[in-house]
Design a protein. Structure first.
Ligand SMILES: NC(=O)c1ccc[n+]([C@@H]2O[C@H](COP(=O)([O-])OP(=O)(O)OC[C@H]3O[C@@H](n4cnc5c(N)ncnc54)[C@H](O)[C@@H]3O)[C@@H](O)[C@H]2O)c1
Length: 371
């Protein structure tokens, strides 16, 4: 699957104002914590969407969700909700370990699904989710939003136009100097599948892989380290008081992915790293040119001269909520009309294979094959 850049039209927030002949997509939420509100804010602004139910195991989360978004029905069990509400579509915003089960149940109940990133805990779970979507004939989208970012789109258009030749090397960094989430279950390996690699490395890998034209990963090597999050700390940080007693994930993960075409992707992801400051970036070298995501620049030869080009304007003020409006709009359009998804389950599976490869290599202490 070689994905093309998204046209500027679909980047336009105005796209959110479409209507389908008065028909509304009835969307239910499974998981009403932090990120569900960003989803709900995006969907609440769409005239062709109605939020019909919320599911969470914590009653207070349901109360807040109802108060903010005027949701008529609340449940503590998604199975009961699916049976009684019969929504058209479901947004799955639960912790990673609770992505597969509600997604498969919702698809089996005939719903379209948007599942948050990472798609699941491992590639095997992703495959079951994709199979359920195929069987049901429903849309399964993965909550990747950074491919819509104007910087990504600028570089993708340049790559599609042949400016860089073949991409040989990608360096991807999702590095926090000190940023262990102090909410949810982000420090618990059995509930999340891992730490920064699966939580934020996933974002940088997905946009880099999309930019590269989605080559097939074939091998991985890497390692993970835990040295800070599992101990009490007095260091002054923006997110203090995380639960160090239940912290079982890595602080830092480094990986190399080899692709079928010979390209290499290096990924660095941390909740804790002794670096100057946080980094959120990728850079790359191709046979004809290179570049970087932030600030968006390209490095090429022009008129027998080595030239560095800084993009002057890559798009409007596309902030975090706007990226969610774009990703959810693409999903809603696909549910309503069958138009193509920008980030289908297959994209989630490819990324999951890379994450899994790094973790498997870390456990095995050697390079592993990705099937
Ligand atoms: N795309 C992004 O940029 C982005 C940003 C943040 C989070 N996320 C993803 O969204 C997911 C949720 O993250 P969050 O920050 O909202 O976490 P959170 O802990 O704030 O919310 C998760 C909610 O799910 C509920 N839940 C847990 N088990 C449940 C079950 N069995 N049935 C129903 N509800 C259940 C919890 O009670 C909680 O309210 C994670 O997978 C995370 O990776 C994505």
């Amino acid at each position: 699957m070689a994905e093309k850049s998204v046209g500027t039209e679909s980047l336009a927030i105005e796209g959110a104002k479409k209507e389908y002949k008065g028909k509304k997509l009835r969307v239910a939420f499974i998981g009403c914590g932090g990120i569900s509100h960003t989803h709900a804010a995006a969907l609440a602004g769409m005239p062709d969407v109605e939020i019909v139910a919320g599911v969470d195991i914590i009653p207070e989360r349901l109360t807040v969700f109802q108060e903010r978004w005027g949701v008529p029905k609340l449940y503590e069990s998604w199975k009961k909700m699916l049976k009684e509400v019969e929504p058209d579509a479901v947004s799955v915003c639960t912790p990673n370990g609770v992505h597969k089960a509600p997604t498969v149940d919702a698809l089996n109940a005939g719903c379209h699904v948007m599942v948050e990133k990472p798609m699941a805990m491992n590639p095997g779970e992703c495959e079951k989710m994709i199979a359920a979507a195929e069987k049901a004939g429903k849309q399964l989208a993965v909550g990747f939003q950074y491919r819509y970012h104007p910087n990504t789109q600028f570089l993708k258009r340049s790559a599609d136009g042949g400016e860089f030749g073949d991409i040989m090397f990608m360096k991807c960094q999702a590095l926090r100097r000190r940023g262990i989430p102090n909410w949810g279950v982000f420090g618990q390996k059995e509930k999340q599948g891992g730490g920064p690699m699966i939580d934020i490395g996933v974002h940088i890998i997905e946009m880099a892989h999309y930019f590269m034209g989605s080559p097939k990963p074939v091998a991985a090597t890497g390692n993970t380290w835990t040295y800070h999050g599992n101990k009490p700390s007095k260091v002054v940080v923006p997110w203090p008081n995380w639960d160090y007693k239940t912290y079982t994930v890595e602080d830092l993960a480094i990986g190399h992915i080899r692709f079928e075409n010979g390209a290499i992707l290096q990924v660095e992801a941390s909740f804790v790293a002794h670096i100057e400051k946080d980094v959120w970036n990728f850079s790359f070298m191709g046979t004809k040119g290179g570049g970087q995501w932030d600030p968006p620049m390209t490095f090429t030869d022009r008129n027998d001269t080595m030239v560095n080009t800084a993009a002057h304007y890559v798009g409007g003020d596309v902030d975090f909520p706007a990226l969610f409006r774009i990703k959810l709009r693409n999903w809603v359009d696909a549910c309503m009309t069958g138009s193509p998804l920008e980030a289908p389950g297959e994209a989630g599976l490819a990324v999951q294979k890379m994450l899994d490869g790094v973790y498997r290599s870390a456990a095995a202490g050697k390079e592993v094959t990705i099937k």
